[in-house]
Design a protein around this ligand. Structure first.
Ligand code: ADP
Ligand code: MG
Length: 382
């Protein structure tokens, strides 16, 4: 395997904030970048050499992107396999389609995890309303139903059994099934979580592998609210989480980066929640905390360069800025930036909408707790 050296062109399928921040890191390293996105004014647009307009299943646009590239990667898992195949004719696509096929379908992903003996929470696959009614009972009455394809930030998910007193399980299941478009889904037992963590792994085509210390993640309404590196879990749990994440990356023959989201349950189990084969919101703080950011790392990984040092220099946290913050008045970034150690990262999205990730704040601290306190203090001031 030979390295793709600076000066070469990297293509990214998807031009959202992950593509944008990857492009910025790639530019620093001296690469040229082009992206493909359905939205011609996507966040990456402003920092790349070229932007091709195309939907995730537009194989022709994917081919157009790849034609001028030395390597192609992606920032969203929903790129159609036909698009990956079209791109592959012109440049290596990393991560490759075998891995993408498994990950982009929750049913296949969970089945793969179970077959490979990775720990996951109890779940059922759902193909009909009847399946769902049965699953809700079998899973103890409270569950998360997630469509097999297309979900992110809690979208395409419905919760069942969370305290609507006068509604029967059958009725809730019927509603959930129709809300999810009557499409194949998984129903997961609702777990009592002690903590959520993630582990980012990078692996090169030559087989070098590095995993970052875990991040601790706090969600609100199923969307990541804040996240901190390192996670402060026990040494035993950290070792176990690292083993799981590294083993998944090896088994999948990862080329690129992979975030492994894990649940730590109140009874001490560490379970794999889901896999994301791209930079991940919970590692945005790696730009501040670690010797090498996740964005530089994906560039190194797909270009088959030596991977960067993943150690933590100083604890760092991020807090997401959702469009809701813009609805009343323009956020007071001037006040937030006065908090020591705080940085601002905006994605140049021009239409704030409730629940839309517009940017994030970051903060460093002497301890993970201090980093979180500072980033939340700054966010309050907005
Ligand atoms: P997404 O693709 O939107 O990130 P996830 O499956 O990671 O979807 O779910 C989003 C969040 O919802 C999780 O990070 C967690 O906070 C909560 N959640 C999802 N599934 C469960 C579950 N089975 N038990 C408890 N909480 C869950
Ligand atoms: Mg998730």
């Amino acid at each position: 395997m030979s390295a793709i050296l600076p000066g070469a062109t990297i293509g990214i399928l998807g031009g959202g904030q992950l593509g944008r921040m990857t492009a910025m890191a790639a530019r620093s390293l001296g690469y040229r970048i082009q992206v493909m996105d359905p939205d011609p004014s996507c966040p990456a647009r402003f920092v790349v050499d070229a932007c091709f307009e195309g939907a995730w299943d537009d194989a022709r646009a994917a081919a157009d992107l790849a034609r001028g590239c030395d390597v192609v990667t992606l920032e969203i898992e929903q790129i159609a396999i036909a698009s990956l195949e079209a791109a592959e004719k012109y440049a290596p696509v990393r991560p490759g389609k075998a891995m993408m096929r498994i990950i982009q379908d929750r049913i296949l992903q969970k089945t793969w995890l179970v077959e490979h003996k990775f720990p996951v929470g109890e779940f059922r696959t759902i193909h009909s309303e009847v399946d769902l009614v049965e699953a809700v009972t079998a899973l103890g009455g409270r569950c998360f139903v997630k469509s097999a394809r297309g979900g992110y930030d809690g979208r395409s998910q419905v919760k069942i059994g969370f305290g609507k007193i006068n509604v029967s399980a059958e009725e809730e299941s019927r509603n959930a099934w129709s809300l999810l478009g009557q499409l194949p889904s998984v129903a997961e037992k609702a777990l009592d979580l002690e903590k959520e963590i993630s582990v980012m792994v990078a692996r090169t085509p030559s087989g070098e592998l590095k995993s970052y210390p875990s991040a601790a993640n706090h969600h609100e309404h199923q969307i990541l609210a804040w996240s901190v590196i390192p996670s402060s879990i026990s040494v035993e749990l950290e070792t176990r989480a690292q083993e799981i994440a590294r083993h998944i990356a090896e088994e999948m023959q990862l080329e690129g980066v992979l975030a492994v989201e894990l649940f730590l349950t109140q009874d001490g189990q560490l379970l794999v929640n889901e896999l994301a084969p791209r930079p991940h919101n919970s590692y945005h703080a790696s730009e501040r905390a670690c010797v090498t950011s996740q964005f530089e790392q994906i560039v190194r990984a797909i270009c088959d360069l030596p991977l960067g040092d993943v150690s933590v220099i100083k604890p760092a946290a991020i807090a997401n800025l959702l469009g809701d913050l813009w609805l009343d008045h323009a956020p007071r970034f001037d006040l937030a930036l006065a908090v020591p150690g705080v940085g601002l990262h905006l994605y140049e999205k021009h239409m704030p909408r409730a629940g839309r990730k517009m940017g994030h704040l970051s903060a460093i601290g002497e301890t993970p707790g201090e980093a979180v306190a500072r980033v939340l203090e700054a966010k309050e001031l907005l």
